[in-house]
Design a protein around this ligand. Structure first.
Ligand code: TXA
Ligand code: MG
Length: 318
């Protein structure tokens, strides 16, 4: 298959492809997404195939307007106030909300669940693409399953050139980590994935917010959490808590075995988060064998960072 590269002025044509049931990768403010018509089961199946994604891992449905939430999800009366509060404050933006799904959302999209994850992105290209497509867009991160999420056009091309109908070329994703996922279907709202909206910010709107699932890495609720994730070719060793001396001496030892080592000192800031997946992919290009990476406090963006690092790590040195 020849993959068409679209400039941002060609979004309308990209939307036509989505309408026809094809896959188009597109930028969002978090990471690039691999999009398909969320209401078309055949189109959605192509996403799972292209990514090599396990069929039990549901997709996020992206909408261009807050009012479209209720076309794909039920907002029950007891949830209304919470949903309004969250969407007023965080949409458009990096927050995904889980609600009961409407029947028009196929089980291919929700991976057999009766719930659906919904997000209204902020990125203008993403919004325009949804509008031109005339349907909500199901989109996981644009990367082959288990690889670091694509945050630059080049990463998406690397993983999907020749495998999907189109890619919209744009700049590096501003946030660089995926959206925060919150489940509103239970009595107490649950944080299932930390991301672009911090736990602290979310907590101001949801005082009852529970993060147990996320912290323990409990797999039950968000199916995607049980899989190995975000991994470059290099073996990642995470030092938790951080221990500079230990890192340096291990780096020395591995180098003495003739292997290529990269030491990454984590910083709890937005720039570090933005570039994390890019750096992982860079290590692959440079044929790094082993990445030694330090930890950071689980505050603000640090919570999402540590979640990604733990999932990417093949070993944690405590
Ligand atoms: O920032 C993002 O969220 C990006 C951009 C493209 O929007 N998308 C993204 O999608 O990261 P993905 O598929 O890589 O991650 C979606 C996560 C997975 O962990 C999945 O299991 C969870 O959301 N999820 C989706 N639907 C769910 C549902 N109904 N119940 C529980 N978890 C759900
Ligand atoms: Mg993903």
């Amino acid at each position: 298959m020849k993959t068409i590269i679209f400039a941002s002025r060609d979004i309308k044509k990209a939307g036509e492809l989505i309408k026809q049931g094809e896959l188009v990768a597109f930028p969002t403010e978090t990471v690039y997404g691999l999009g398909a018509d969320a209401l078309n089961p055949q189109a959605v199946k192509k996403i799972f195939l292209a990514k090599g994604r396990p069929a039990d891992n549901p997709l996020i449905v992206h909408i261009a307007d807050k009012a479209d939430l209720e076309t794909v999800a039920f907002v029950d009366s007891w949830q209304k106030e919470l949903v309004d509060k969250l969407t007023d404050k965080f949409w458009p933006g990096p927050l995904t909300i889980i609600l009961r799904k409407k029947p028009m959302v196929p089980y291919e999209t929700s991976a057999g669940l009766d719930t659906v994850a919904v997000r209204m992105p902020k990125n203008k290209i993403a919004i325009d693409l949804i509008k031109y497509s005339g349907c909500p867009i199901a989109a996981p991160s644009a990367n082959i399953s288990s690889r670091p999420s694509g945050t630059c056009f080049e990463h998406v091309l690397e993983d999907f050139d020749g495998k999907i109908a189109g890619i919209i070329r744009s700049k590096q994703s501003e946030i660089g980590l995926e959206s925060t996922v919150v489940d509103l279907t239970t009595k107490k709202p649950h944080l299932l994935r930390s991301g672009g909206v911090s736990y602290e910010d979310l907590k101001t709107s949801l005082p009852d917010l529970d993060i147990r699932n996320d912290l323990k890495g409990d797999v039950a609720k968000s199916p995607g959490m049980k899989y190995r994730h975000y991994t470059p070719e290099a073996k990642i060793i995470l030092f938790e808590p951080s221990a500079d001396k230990k890192i340096q001496s291990m780096a020395k030892k591995i180098r003495s075995e003739g292997k290529k080592v990269r030491v990454i000192i984590s910083r709890r800031d937005l720039k570090f988060a933005k570039n994390l997946f890019k750096v992982f992919r860079q290590c692959d290009k440079e044929k790094v064998d082993c990445i030694l990476i330090s930890s950071t406090d689980e505050v603000g963006i640090g919570l999402a960072l540590m979640n990604r690092l733990r999932k990417a790590a093949s070993e944690i040195v405590r």
